[in-house]
Design a protein around this ligand. Sequence first.
Ligand SMILES: Nc1ncnc2c1ncn2[C@@H]1O[C@H](COP(=O)(O)OP(=O)(O)OP(=O)(O)O)[C@@H](O)[C@H]1O
Length: 607
Amino acid sequence: MDKRMLRQLRSTIVKDPIALILLLFIVVVIILSLGAPVFTSHDPVKVDYAQVFMPPSGEHLLGTDNFGRDVFTRLIYGGSASLTASFMAVGLIISLSLVIGVTAGYLGGWVDQILTRFMDVLLSFPTLVLAIAIAALMGPGLTGLMIAVAAVSWPSYARIFRSYVLMVKQDGYIQAARCSGTPAWKIMLTHILGAIIGPILVLITLDIGYVILSIASLSFLGLGIRPPQPEWGAMLNEGRAYLEEAPWLFLAPGTMIFVMVLATNYLGDTVKDALEPRTLHVPLLFKKRNRRSRKLTESSSSQRAANMESAAAAAIGYQQATAGKEPLLIVSNISVEVLSTRKRQKSQPILQSINLELYPGECLGLVGESGSGKSTLALTIMGLLRHPLQQSDGSLAILGESTSDWQWEDWRMIRGKRLTYITQDPMDTLNPTLTIGDQLLECLIYHQHNPALGRVEMKNKVIDMLSKTELAPEVYAMYPHQLSGGMRQRVVIAMAMINDPQIIIADEPTTALDVSTQAKIMALLKKLQQSSGAAMIFVSHDLRLVAQVADRIGVMHQGRLIEMNDVKSIFTQPQETYTKLLLASIPRLFIPQHSPVMAKGDPSCCK
Ligand SMILES: Nc1ncnc2c1ncn2[C@@H]1O[C@H](COP(=O)(O)OP(=O)(O)OP(=O)(O)O)[C@@H](O)[C@H]1O
């Protein structure tokens, strides 16, 4: 786990009082269990018939049992046995599943076949019955218990780790390490393990509770540690016989197991949230929304949607009639900052006082070097800023509506329908498990809410959209991996355009493509944008590319929009030094005059 993950984890736990209390509980239980002889003067196994069934008191905090032994003392001594067995079982499970899962996933072929079939066989046994059989075979003692739990649990983890490895082993940096001759064991230990450590941690923390419970269950059934040695599950079993006369015998270990499992599960969830920021920050972004505001939002959402529908409809006519004077999008003084994860560190500005307007039918090109804030501006307009990025100033108006009080639901109603986003990498957008047809249909079903539109009409609309993006109808039944990069990008454009959006944000949509496919996609985008009358923001670092589609160009530098003008003026009369430098950096084709091969009429070139 790197420092960033640790910081994220710490700050998530610190902000959650329940997680903090439960963590404190676990720490106290561990300290009490490890230092049991220091915290109690009683003997956990010594029988004292004079003290039998004493209720809780100052002398015996949790009372005494049927042999006169102090229950608190047995509970903390038992904690050491239960927790040691649980943590060791978790360690064994993770080690086994990591070695086998990573090896199977990375090496593939017959190694994978053998290991996967072996896991399948183990997984086909009922877990508890198999664990009981192994524990019985191993004989009494915590070691047998631990091995039994680990033996039945590792295959499901190994399968999960194997699938993580299958996902990451195709990544460019791992392929590069392979090509450069790095040994397989080194790649597995460094690159692969480094890439899957987050999910591993989440799994471990989520499942410690399950392991504690399994160990306690086996002990409860009389397997594992033998009386008179204390262990939580075994204590629960002993207390069961005296439920009426001495309920504390049952309640003490029962409550301890319950709270311990609850605490580890809750902390597991907290770790998961901390290491998966996307799932954490979607609700956080809108945490102020209460039930009352939800009601208000829902009714105002539909009103807003109706307003925007009429604005959208008007926009097309308006554009045709007046060449567009009312902007579809107004960005006023928008500033965005990145929040610091450290207390005393200040937030860093990412965008500073951005102003722009986008008119119907026009294409605005946004250019700037990497890191100048183009994508952040695009995400701000889409309402998709995520922690640690935060809008610190300014406002947006989309289709005549101010977005300042929009909630998640309001954004959701226009995203994909009135306002669409085309990403750099089509594989980010496409679901590998669904056919192209299904994914396009989903866009229609999700955004149109039109009962009059039957399945056949929708399918026809999808095929029509495929043909508009110059894709054959056969693509309907194909999966993303069966298409070339250019075809995938066409599918993403079809998805963006299928609901007739008013505003399209294309964030470097051709970066990953070769030059000739790039030119075709650019021409297609421009054609679709012009024929639909939509407005487009085309984000790129390539000034020449932007000039092919844009009417106006905005130049971004260090989070500021430093210059905006029509394409011709930007190329012929740039105002800012940075724009001049950008123009000067465009490579030009230079053909040397003296080139013997190219010299016209030179007989040597024909030989
Ligand atoms: N989630 C984030 N956390 C911290 N900083 C971020 C985050 N996202 C973006 N930034 C910072 O914001 C700045 C602008 O990034 P942005 O991705 O908008 O640039 P860009 O111009 O789109 O670059 P590129 O062309 O390479 O995509 C960068 O300095 C980046 O480090």
